[in-house]
Design a protein around this ligand. Sequence first.
Ligand code: AMP
Ligand code: MG
Length: 349
Amino acid sequence: MKTQIFKIDSDNIDNTVICKAADIIKSGGLVAFPTETVYGLGGDGLNAEAASKIYLAKGRPSDNPLILHISSFDELKPLVKKIPESARRLAREFWPGPLTMVFEKSDIVPKEISGGLNTVAIRYPENKIALEFISACKTPIAAPSANTSGRPSPTRASHVEFDLSGKIDMIIDGGACEFGLESTIVDVSLDVPILLRPGAITLEMLREVLGRVDVDKAVLSKLEDGEKPKAPGMKYTHYSPSADVIIVRGDREKMVDKINQLISEDDKSKNIGVIATEENKDKYKDCKVLVIGSVKNPQLIAANLFKMLRKCDYYKIDKVFAEGLCEDELGLAIMNRLKKAAGYCIIDV
Ligand code: AMP
Ligand code: MG
């Protein structure tokens, strides 16, 4: 299959491209599109066959459900059994935006979309191109991140092209994604809402609106063998470059010393990298330094994280040390992705 790629300017959206994309969706095909979080791999969310094409293109396990994307609040109602008050309040604050909510699903949502669960995850994004595209399709768009399963999520059209070219019908190139981490996921189908995946809408922001919000165990640490996560995606390896990723965490000065010590003790034939903050970038010796951004600007670090993990492959790095960050606010989401990329290999100093 030849993958068509079209560039779109979000301030001057070319409607002929949107119509072409919508036609592909209506005939059961797949279109990758930009959102404010990461690029999504879209298919018709009410078509079980389109869902199976998504799983196939990504190499994604079929029990890892997809998120349905809508382009207005009114499109939510037919997809869910009920809209709890907590969901209305979160929607009022954060929709459209980088927040996904899990509801009891209605019968029109195919089991193939929800990974066999009785719940469905729904997001109303705010990216202008995404909204035009979803609205033109006149169906909810099922979309996981547009990467090969297990690889870092795509934050640029070139990442999608690298992973999925030849496997999908079309890529809409809308430039770099604003937030660069996948959406926050909250299960609102329960009496006490639970954070299943941290993101740009932080736990602190959710609690400000709802009061009590619990945090699923898998957000912070690795699950024990046999433990079942509430977001099925959390049990799979994620975000990994080919390099071994090791997080070094703690006092920022000791962290630099520890990383330099580990580099000096390592096998000299290995290509070693460090994912470093702007503040520390000149302090590392005998390695490739990838600068992720300043500790004073967590938004930029979030937006750069997946690009840095992909760069490790580009530079053929064998082992990469990553500076740990404080796990509050956006840091919770950044460290959640980094820990998964590292397979929870963390050195505390
Ligand atoms: P991705 O589409 O790659 O961003 O992954 C979607 C994430 O949403 C995965 O971690 C899924 O497990 C999670 N998810 C989707 N639907 C549900 C659901 N009904 N209940 C819990 N988690 C879900
Ligand atoms: Mg994903």
